[in-house]
Ligand binder design. Structure first.
Ligand SMILES: [Zn+2]
Ligand SMILES: [Zn+2]
Length: 523
C-alpha cells in the first residue's frame, strides 16, 4: 500500500530488485556450520535469506531459498561441551561422528536439527541441503576436477587476492582416509578423473573417487563450487567472509575464472551481540542460543528485529526486558502499517513489518495483545484455556479469528519459556492462594482494604474502573496512593511491586479479589 509512495527503499527491496532484474531463475542461498551450539547470529542469516526470497517473490518471480548445512566439515577440536571420548573424533567429518546423546543420525543432525525445527516456526521457506550428501551424490565432481586441472591458477588467485604465499603443494581437495576417517593430502601426480591417490599420516595408502563422499574441497573452493552447483543469485554471510582478501573475494574470482560461473550478489551482515544482564539461562546456566531466541521471542517479532536495520549494522539482542520492548515496537509498526499514518522516519520500520510477513500480510489489523500483558497473564493461568479465560476478562476475544488465537498461543508459549529462562525477577510473580505468610498490616492499611471492598462490590469489573477506585481510595486514605499500591501487591503476590493493577486485577476473578481484600481488612 503506502510502500509505493516510499522515499527510501528498504534494503531487502534493493537486493530483491537487483536479483529479480539480473537473474532468470533466482536462487538465494544461506548456510550454517553445525559444529556446535547455534548462535543467535545464525538466525540473522536465515531470516535475511528468507526476507530477500519473499521480497523477490513479491516482485512476481519464481524464487528458491536453500539452506546449506556444512555437515561434511571436520570437527576442529573437542569443545568443552563434548564428552572426553570425542577427542578421538577430531579431524573427522561431523556427518560421520555419532550424536553425543545417541539419539540423532550423527553429530551434525544433533546440533542443527532442533534449530531447523524451530526455524520452521519463523516461516522460513527453505530447502534443507546437507553438504555431505552432495559429495556422496557426486555434485562436486566437476568442481573438484576443475580444481585439480587448474590447480596452478587456483593457487595464483589465492595468492593474488588473499596475499598469502603461493604454495606449490596447496591442496584444493582433501581425500578422506578410509582407514582412520580423517582428511588427508592427495598425491597430485596420481590424479586422473575420477580418482586420486593419497598417503595418510596414519600410514594408509589409498585411492579416493571425487564422485563419491571420499573427500572434500577446502573452504575457499567449496563455497564457489556451491555457487556453481546451484547457480546462486544472492547470499547473506557473516562479515568476516567479506573482508578484503577474504573468502568472498577469492570465491568470486574462482567461480568466474576456474568454474566459469557468476558470483552471487553479496549480503554481508554484521554480528548479533547479546546485551543486558539476563544472558544466562536460569536453570541451565548457558548463554542465549539461536534456539532460545526463537523460543522466547514471538516469531513475527524476531523476523522484524532482523529486518528493521540494514544487514551492515550490528544488532543487540537483549534477552531481558528488551524482548518485551521489541514486541511493543512490532505492534506499534503493525498499527502504523494499517493506519497508513506514519512519518518518513518510520517508513523503513513499517516496510520491515510488511516484509516480515513473508507475503502473508493480514487483511486487517490483527487483534493486538501486548506481549507484556501475556507475560503477566501466563503467570496467573496454568493451561492455555485458563490464559484465554483470564484474557477474556479484559479483552473482547469474541472477534478474535483463528490467526489471532494462534498468535496469542505462540506468545503465551514464548512468555513461559522466557519466564523460566531469561526473564528478570522483577517481572515474575505468582498469585498466592491465601495472604502470604509473615505479612502484617497496620490499622490504616486494613481500613484501606475495607474501603476498597465497599467501593468495588457494586462496581464494574474492568481495568479502568478498578484503577479509578484504587487511585481515589489511595489518595483519600492516610496511607497514600503509593503505599496503597504496595500493600495490594503484598497481599496478592507477596512482593512490593508487580504488573499494572487495573488490568492485573481485572484479569482475576472479582470474587477472588474481593475475598482477599476482605481477609486483608481483618488480618
Ligand atoms: Zn543428538
Ligand atoms: Zn589415515
Amino acid at each position: 500500500m503506502a510502500y509505493y509512495k516510499r522515499v527510501n527503499m528498504h534494503w531487502a527491496d534493493v537486493v530483491a530488485k537487483e536479483v529479480a532484474e539480473t537473474c532468470e531463475k533466482p536462487l538465494i542461498a544461506t548456510g550454517i556450520s553445525p559444529t556446535g551450539i547455534i548462535h543467535v547470529g545464525s538466525l540473522r542469516e536465515a531470516i535475511t535469506g528468507e526476507s530477500v526470497r519473499s521480497a523477490v517473490e513479491g516482485m512476481g518471480k519464481d524464487v528458491r531459498l536453500i539452506y546449506l548445512i556444512d555437515s561434511f566439515d571436520p570437527l576442529r577440536k573437542r569443545y568443552d561441551f563434548l564428552p572426553k571420548e570425542y577427542e578421538s573424533y577430531t579431524g573427522m567429518p561431523i556427518s560421520k561422528i555419532p550424536c553425543p546423546r545417541g539419539k540423532h543420525d550423527n553429530y551434525a543432525h544433533h546440533f542443527v536439527q532442533p534449530f531447523l525445527d524451530a526455524v520452521e516456526s519463523l516461516e522460513v521457506k527453505c530447502e534443507i541441503i546437507w553438504t555431505h550428501e552432495l559429495y556422496e551424490k557426486g555434485a562436486f565432481a566437476e568442481a573438484i576436477d576443475l580444481s585439480f586441472k587448474k590447480r596452478k591458477e587456483v593457487t595464483q588467485i589465492l595468492h593474488e587476492v588473499s596475499g598469502k604465499e603461493a604454495k606449490d603443494d596447496y591442496a584444493p581437495y582433501n581425500p578422506l582416509c578410509e582407514k582412520c576417517g580423517r582428511f588427508t593430502n592427495p598425491i597430485f601426480e596420481t590424479y586422473s578423473f575420477p580418482t586420486v591417490e593419497y598417503q595418510c599420516t596414519c600410514g594408509h595408502h589409498g585411492k579416493a573417487d571425487v564422485r563419491k563422499g571420499d573427500g572434500k574441497l577446502t573452504w575457499r573452493l567449496e563455497w564457489p563450487a556451491k555457487w556453481m552447483i546451484f547457480g546462486t543469485s544472492a547470499e547473506p554471510f557473516g562479515k568476516d567472509h567479506a573482508a578484503a582478501g577474504g573468502s568472498y573475494d577469492t570465491g568470486k574470482r574462482i567461480v568466474e575464472e576456474i568454474y566459469g560461473h557468476k558470483a552471487p550478489y553479496p549480503i554481508p551482515y554484521e554480528f548479533v551481540q547479546l546485551k543486558g544482564k539476563g544472558q544466562m539461562h536460569k536453570s541451565t546456566g548457558s548463554s542465549v542460543t539461536g534456539l532460545d531466541a526463537i523460543n522466547m521471542t514471538p516469531p513475527e517479532v524476531l523476523n522484524y528485529l532482523f529486518l528493521r536495520v540494514n544487514p551492515g549494522k550490528a544488532i543487540d539482542y537483549d534477552p531481558g526486558k528488551g524482548v518485551l520492548d521489541m514486541a511493543d515496537e512490532y505492534d506499534r509498526m503493525e498499527g502504523l502499517f494499517f493506519s497508513g499514518e506514519y512519518t518518513e522516519v518510520e517508513e523503513n520500520s513499517v516496510r520491515a513489518y510488511e516484509i516480515a510477513q513473508h507475503n502473508h500480510v493480514p487483511k486487517e489489523l490483527p487483534l493486538q495483545v501486548p506481549y507484556k500483558h501475556i507475560v503477566n497473564v501466563v503467570q496467573m493461568a496454568d493451561s492455555f484455556e485458563d490464559v484465554v479465560e483470564v484474557l477474556g476478562r479484559t479483552i473482547d476475544l469474541t472477534k478474535a479469528n483463528d490467526e489471532d488465537m494462534k498468535r496469542i498461543k505462540t506468545r503465551a508459549d514464548c512468555a513461559r519459556f522466557w519466564l523460566n529462562g531469561f526473564a528478570p525477577d522483577e517481572v515474575k510473580f505468582s498469585v498466592y492462594p491465601v495472604i502470604p505468610q509473615g505479612i502484617e498490616l497496620t490499622m490504616n492499611e486494613k481500613a484501606f482494604f475495607m474501603e476498597l471492598v465497599n467501593r468495588m462490590n457494586d462496581a464494574n469489573w474492568d481495568a479502568e474502573t478498578i484503577s479509578q477506585i484504587i487511585s481515589d481510595t489511595g489518595k483519600e486514605s492516610p496511607i497514600g496512593l503509593k503505599a496503597g499500591f504496595k500493600v495490594i501487591y503484598k497481599v496478592l503476590i507477596g512482593k512490593a511491586a508487580g504488573p499494572r493493577l487495573g488490568p492485573f486485577l481485572a484479569g482475576m476473578d472479582k470474587h477472588f479479589v474481593i475475598n482477599r481484600f476482605v481477609q486483608a481488612s481483618q488480618h
